[in-house]
Write a protein that binds this ligand. Structure first.
Ligand code: UDX
Length: 430
């Protein structure tokens, strides 16, 4: 059992802290947000994440998990400090390292013995060397920085923390790498040790590759639409090839979330900084932007004008089982629909409070999917929540003015919808 501090209680920091406590370590999480820390101490999660609160509660009760706003309550005596603060996107697409540097300076100020820093935040190649220099210049104690990128997915973060495919440890110091390996051993997940810069690159390359897979299958889906093939059959047939795999071949209206859009842009900027033209990745990003608006294009083609048309938007979060709407397809879709003069009634099972903070004011929020569908001229399915998939054709027909559905996540069987008299348009399915 080791004494560990975790800086940042966002998605990554919180799940990391909870998981490390659950495997037996003594963990203190630091966050500057007082209200958030107050809630966390009472085992109330600031994010919607299935299973998280239960494990958090148990480890707080077992006295293995603590929360504080003060560095001096967590850093002195900690053998390892995880940094898991945000690296938001700057206007030019580069990663903003402001919070990382602030955390590093605070750690340098409060450490009372030598320390190993494990970097969970996604940072450009070379950043961890810079962080080591920054901390070293501000403390008399020795410090090692290792790269320990995070691969968890929102909505299944707990599952990923305990059943992930691999744990990557990038280090220039063997002793530090061994310490992080020992800490992680109880997870029983394969550990891959490498050098610092390669570990930093593994994170960007993995996310960029998955984004590429999605944009690729979306392009194939668009072709399927034009050529009369069925993208689901195509994806299943492709996925049987073990070299390809079926995962991340679900066509739709593009990827969103806190990682893929930000990390693909950041990798493009990293490439620019060494004057390398990463052509595939540029197109992946462009294809995704176009795909985000596909439902609007389809609706315009079918309905002619969208002016004064009442559209029900089902789903606002970037994917199901999360309240996160960062870079969700719902945002450009709604913005474009409003520009076209449409009236929007939106419903999402958990993300409406988040949505209200950033979406245009003109939107009306409904209390249920049926309420959103009431008297609508068309419905857009933007997020594949289970409760939408459970809607029956007759529920759409009796609620809507005209039963016209544009399904961005292929939630329904097109034959069933058509045979029930619904005008149903999905992605890449004839
Ligand atoms: C992603 C990575 O999967 C994770 O390893 C990394 O640490 C953070 O970024 P996350 O953003 O939580 O995780 O969600 P993910 O399940 O990967 O989905 C991302 C986006 O891609 C969603 O908008 C989803 O709808 C879309 N997607 C995913 C598809 O459109 N098709 C697919 O087949 C898979």
């Amino acid at each position: 059992m080791r004494k560990i501090a975790v800086v940042g209680t966002g998605y990554v920091g919180l799940v990391t802290g909870i998981a490390l406590a659950a495997i037996g370590h003594y963990v203190t999480c630091i966050d500057v947000d007082e209200n958030k820390v107050k809630q966390l101490k009472r085992a109330i999660s600031p994010i919607f994440e299935p299973g998280l609160e239960e494990i958090m509660k148990k480890n707080i009760e077992d006295d293995k998990l603590h929360f504080t706003t003060e560095y001096d309550k967590a850093i002195p005596g900690a053998e390892v400090v995880y940094i898991a603060v945000g690296t938001p996107e700057n206007k030019d697409g580069t990663a903003n390292l402001e919070y990382i540097v602030q955390a590093a300076m605070q750690i340098a100020e409060h450490m009372t013995s030598s320390i190993v820093i494990a970097m969970k935040s996604t940072v450009p190649v070379g950043t961890n060397e810079y962080i080591k220099k920054t901390i070293s210049a501000n403390t008399k104690f020795s410090v090692e920085v290792i790269s320990n990128p995070e691969f968890l997915r929102e909505g299944s973060a707990i599952y990923d923390a305990f059943q992930g495919d691999r744990i990557v440890i990038g280090a220039s110091d063997e002793k530090a790498a061994n310490l992080i390996e020992e800490i992680n051993k109880p997870f029983g997940i394969p550990i891959f040790k490498t050098d610092l810069r390669s570990a930093e690159m593994i994170k960007y390359a993995s996310n960029a590759f998955l984004a590429t897979k999605i944009s690729f299958i979306n392009e194939i889906a668009n072709l399927c639409d034009m050529l009369g093939a069925n993208i689901e059959e195509v994806a299943d047939g492709m996925g049987l090839d073990k070299r390809i795999g079926r995962q991340f071949l679900n066509a739709g209206i593009g990827y969103g979330g806190s990682c893929f859009p930000k990390d693909t842009e950041a990798l493009l900027q990293i490439s620019n900084s060494v004057k390398y033209d990463f052509r595939i990745l540029r197109e992946v990003v462009e294809v995704n932007k176009k795909q985000n608006l596909l439902l609007v294009e389809k609706a315009k083609a079918i309905l002619g004008t969208l002016n004064d048309i009442k559209i029900a938007i089902l789903g606002l979060s970037f994917k199901p089982n999360t309240d996160d709407i960062r870079s969700a397809a719902s945002i450009p879709i709604i913005q474009q629909l409003l520009l076209e003069g449409a009236q929007i009634v939106a419903y999402d099972p958990v993300s409406m409070e988040q949505a209200k903070k950033i979406l245009p004011r003109e939107i009306i929020y409904a209390k249920s999917s049926i309420e959103a569908l009431l008297d609508a001229d068309a419905a857009f399915i933007v997020t594949e929540w289970n409760e939408f998939k459970e809607l029956s054709p007759s529920e759409f027909i009796s609620a809507m003015k005209k039963a016209i559905i544009f399904d961005g996540r292929n939630c329904f069987n097109p034959v069933l919808m058509k045979s029930n008299g619904i005008q149903y348009y999905s992605i890449g399915r004839p």
